[in-house]
Design a binder for this molecule. Structure first.
Ligand code: GTP
Ligand code: MG
Length: 198
């Protein structure tokens, strides 16, 4: 029986990037089989968390129409996903925050359950997904009280998530049985390949 329940968790969809590999389009809104990519993520993540935030730096009106609060990066200049995580942690009202990117439409239905299991087993501060080949740092569950550490790290000019993770008690959640669920679509060719079932 898990101690952490979904109501202890705010889910955050990170949709604040520049999407340079997708010609600068707003990646969460790019269509995959006629549906904006973020909708796949909302549909899978929303049932797994108590509340949901969307972290976006443009098109707030369109994202707002999904009915969830929108958070912008407090740091300007597209400083990377850690900037989105910090602004979202600041806004979250729960003890834990879960993050996912907006460009991974195949996220597992038990993502949160498995991240909780490894967090509790290791008595860790952060639980991060691993697909068997490499860590997937934007798929993670962390304690809200890490906000001051994250803010301090960013204020020092640091940007790398892995480096910040290493300052904390980190649990690795093994998803090597379903590595393909972390596939993210970074280019228009990636979208085309999925639509063509390649
Ligand atoms: N809030 C926020 N999120 C970001 C930022 N940069 C990347 N992300 C998010 O991090 C996740 C993974 O990033 P990428 O797939 O590299 O996305 P990206 O940076 O928009 O795309 P590229 O410019 O093509 O690398 C995506 O969900 C992005 O929205 C940023 O500066 N701020
Ligand atoms: Mg990506």
């Amino acid at each position: 029986m898990q101690k952490i329940s979904k109501n202890d968790i705010t889910g955050v969809i990170l949709a604040g990037g520049q999407a340079r590999r997708m010609e600068g389009q707003d990646k969460g809104l790019v269509l995959l089989n006629n549906k904006p990519m973020i909708e796949y993520v909302i549909d899978t993540i929303n049932p797994q968390v108590g509340s949901l935030l969307i972290n976006a730096n443009r098109n707030h009106d369109i994202y707002g129409a999904y009915g969830f609060d929108i958070v912008s990066d407090e740091l300007s200049g597209y400083c990377g996903p850690l900037a989105g995580m910090a602004s979202s942690l600041n806004k979250a009202k729960t003890t834990y925050m879960l993050t996912t990117p907006c460009d991974s439409p195949f996220i597992p239905k038990d993502l949160v359950k498995r991240l909780i299991t490894s967090l509790e087993e290791e008595d860790a501060d952060i639980s991060v997904a691993h697909n068997g080949e490499r860590m997937q740092p934007v798929f993670c569950l962390m304690k809200k009280d890490l906000l001051s550490s994250m803010t301090e790290f960013l204020n020092q000019g640091e940007r790398k998530i892995d480096k910040w993770f290493n300052q904390h008690n980190l649990a690795i959640a093994d998803f090597s049985d379903i590595p393909e669920t972390f596939d993210n679509l970074n280019t228009l060719e990636d979208i085309q390949a999925v639509e063509n079932n390649l």
